[in-house]
Write a protein that binds this ligand. Structure first.
Ligand SMILES: Nc1ncnc2c1ncn2[C@@H]1O[C@H](COP(=O)(O)OP(=O)(O)OP(=O)(O)O)[C@@H](O)[C@H]1O
Ligand SMILES: [Mg+2]
Length: 144
């Protein structure tokens, strides 16, 4: 388990960027934490670290955004507005999970029963001040 304290949006992006170096084809990253805790900023850093040029934002109206052009394909999901886990099958969720890209799953706790056991877990938490965040990264056992 790796704990990072950040004090600005940029530091959280940078932390994501550094973390991206440890990602390999087929990896799944579950991003969990309160509203505004930094999940999207960290995801943006991961995409940057993988070499994606696009501007990564929250996939607000679509559950999935795909990013090409980096070292690995990036599939950025946000389950916040999803009403039922059954919606996952409508876009073939398991195929993304079993594929060669990297899946970034915001609000992964909303689909707990469908998460692969082999996953990175990134927990974001608000700190005492407006700009403090604590990011806890848990690496799957077979990758340590
Ligand atoms: N240390 C920090 N790290 C990340 N974001 C920070 C930090 N300090 C302030 N912020 C602000 O907090 C917000 C984090 O937003 P972000 O979209 O990344 O959160 P989120 O966890 O994805 O929220 P949501 O659940 O709504 O998708 C941004 O407005 C950012 O500017
Ligand atoms: Mg977000």
């Amino acid at each position: 388990m790796h704990v990072i304290e950040t004090t600005s949006e940029q530091e959280t992006i940078d932390a994501g960027e550094r973390f991206a170096a440890s990602l390999a084809p087929g990896d799944v990253v579950a991003l969990i934490g309160d509203l505004g805790s930094g999940k999207t900023r960290f995801a943006k850093g991961i995409s940057r670290g993988l070499g994606v040029k696009d501007h990564v934002t929250s996939p607000t109206f679509t559950i999935l955004h795909e990013y090409t052009g980096g070292r690995l394909m990036v599939y950025h999901f946000d389950f916040y507005r999803m009403k039922s886990v059954r919606e996952l099958d409508e876009f073939g969720f398991d195929e993304y999970i079993d594929g060669d890209g990297v899946c970034l799953l915001e609000w992964a706790d909303m689909i707990e029963e469908r998460l692969p056991a082999r996953r990175f877990e990134v927990r974001c938490a608000l700190g005492e001040t407006e700009t403090q965040r604590t990011i806890t990264i848990v690496t799957p056992p077979e990758r340590t």
